[in-house]
Design a protein around this ligand. Structure first.
Ligand SMILES: [Zn+2]
Length: 226
């Protein structure tokens, strides 16, 4: 077993089963690359592969952040949704990238069943897109499109911060995701909002990459206009 991984114990809030799941030691993380949409690639184990907990007894799946806080209504819904389902696969050991991808798809199914906020759904679909990127699979773009729609709804309806994104970060990310699916006018619209955000001085890193990506999209726009 790799020393970069360790076991952590959890108790499923739906069926009360106790199980352990692997995590990546923070001290082992070595960043290889950061993409402009915040996707981070690591040398060795990718902590994102282990972020979703999957109960091996009932199949309840969620990120650790949202794992426990189920309302009585959500609990009832999930008990119905999961009743009679057979889990014939364990996600508790070392995960392949396909295990990671399937854990996110389960978490997405559960999040939709419990009527989770758009920002939570968007966080899951974005990570599914990143896993497809790791696999060099063009389904990445399909999931970037979903992510854009869910984050736009979240931006319209939810209070800031959206997940861990402050206003300038979500505006920037909407620009970058639009750029990646070649919606260049939308990308300019969102990058404009980010670089003129009154709070930009509080987040100079995002302001800087927003300006860089804005110039990049202007170049892309010129090329497509020629
Ligand atoms: Zn369970």
């Amino acid at each position: 077993m790799s020393e970069a991984l360790y076991e952590k114990e959890f108790k499923c809030p739906v069926c009360n089963n106790s199980f352990s799941s692997k995590r990546v030691r923070l001290s082992s993380l070595r960043v290889e690359r950061r993409d402009e949409d915040f996707c981070t690639t690591y040398k060795g184990h990718n902590p994102m592969h282990y972020e979703i907990l999957v109960c091996p007894n009932c199949g309840y799946s969620s990120s650790e952040n949202n794992f426990d806080n189920l309302s009585p209504k959500e609990l009832n819904t999930l008990k119905e949704v999961l009743s009679g389902k057979v889990v014939n696969r364990s996600f508790c050991g070392e995960r392949t990238i396909n295990d990671a991808l399937d854990s996110y798809k389960l978490a997405l199914y559960i999040a939709k069943s419990r009527d989770a906020k758009d920002s939570i759904i968007a966080g899951l679909t974005l990570k599914i897109a990143w896993l497809y990127r790791e696999l060099k699979d063009e389904k990445e773009l399909e999931f970037i499109k979903y992510t854009l729609e869910y984050y736009k709804h979240a931006y319209d309806k939810e209070n800031l911060p959206i997940g861990n994104l402050d206003e300038i970060s979500i505006q920037y990310l909407l620009g970058e995701l639009s750029r990646r699916i070649s919606k260049l006018n939308d990308a300019v619209f969102w990058f404009n909002k980010a670089v003129s955000n009154p709070d930009r001085a509080k987040n100079p890193r995002i302001e800087k990459i927003a300006r860089e990506q804005w110039l990049l999209v202007k170049e892309q726009n010129k090329r497509t206009a020629q």
